[in-house]
Design a protein around this ligand. Structure first.
Ligand SMILES: [Zn+2]
Length: 277
């Protein structure tokens, strides 16, 4: 029996990403603040569909918005580790990265009563130490890499990339990689960001983006009998009204096409059983 899993995932960043980028004037901060408001309408929508999802929630959000974070957990969604302060991993020393990871997991334990099973890095950039730290801390899965699309794989450590030499692959770990892609992330499609260094235009048509996202699911159905497709959203991005309407339609279409909606934790458990069979 073919089985095509969809993980709807939400990176519940609120202001953390803006603060980590030094965008601390009131207006950018308020963009993040909107995520707390939008989380309520997203949770209500998911409840109306009976879909459980995964929320990668920084410790910053848990401690800044305790009631909104508790509402997500109480609605049955998985809360996974997305760092405490949303600082890119490679911008920290190994010790700083470890301390931030532990602090974030402790905030999740206080919120949910259990350790997070999964991790997603801020802005999807891992440091050379991240996989080791995740393995040592007993994480089951990571969702930050792009080496596959529909089939999870085992994360490696110790790859060596040297200019002018063939790539050397490191050893596989027990950590399950649940792959992602910028093309399946709402942020670059929709968010207009202007800094002194760059302009990210964003502001794409929501229905065009959702059609692309549906096509990705249809191609998964054509190409594999079993697979997991992961969509990544941010409450302050997808939570805008016209995007919520388009997202609602996408969920309708996915349901009609037989998508099996699961938390990433549950999908990773299924992937693990297959990878270690
Ligand atoms: Zn994030």
């Amino acid at each position: 029996m073919p089985r095509h899993i969809v993980c709807l995932t939400f990176d519940f960043d609120t202001m953390s990403g803006f603060i980590a980028r030094g965008m601390t004037t009131p207006t950018p901060l308020s963009r993040g603040e909107f995520g707390a408001l939008a989380s309520g309408r997203i949770v209500a929508f998911l409840k109306s569909r009976g879909i459980r999802t995964t929320w990668f929630t920084p410790g910053f959000t848990i401690e800044t918005y305790p009631s909104e974070s508790a509402a997500v957990a109480k609605a049955g969604h998985e809360i996974a580790n997305h760092s405490w302060a949303h600082i890119p991993n490679a911008a920290m020393s190994r010790d700083e990265e470890e301390a931030d990871l532990v602090r974030a997991s402790e905030a999740i334990v206080r919120l949910t009563g259990r350790k997070p099973r999964g991790y997603r890095s801020p802005a999807w950039d891992l440091s050379a130490h991240t996989i080791d730290l995740l393995v040592a801390q007993g994480f089951v899965y990571d969702s930050s890499l792009m080496g596959s699309d529909y089939v999870p794989y085992r994360a490696r450590r110790g790859d060596v990339a040297e200019l002018g030499k063939p790539y050397r692959f490191g050893e596989q770990t027990a950590l399950i990689e649940m792959p992602i892609s910028w093309s399946l992330d709402d942020h670059p499609h929709f968010e207009f960001i202007r800094t002194e260094a760059m302009i990210l235009p964003g502001l794409q048509s929501a229905r065009t983006v959702m059609q692309n996202w549906l096509d990705e699911f249809l191609y998964m159905k054509k190409s594999v009998d079993w697979g997991v497709l992961t969509y990544t959203m941010h409450p302050y991005v997808i939570g805008r009204g016209y995007r919520m309407l388009a997202f609602d339609e996408l969920v309708d279409r996915l349901e009609a096409e037989g998508a099996v909606f699961m938390t990433m934790e549950d999908a990773a458990a299924e992937a693990r059983a297959r990878l270690f069979a």
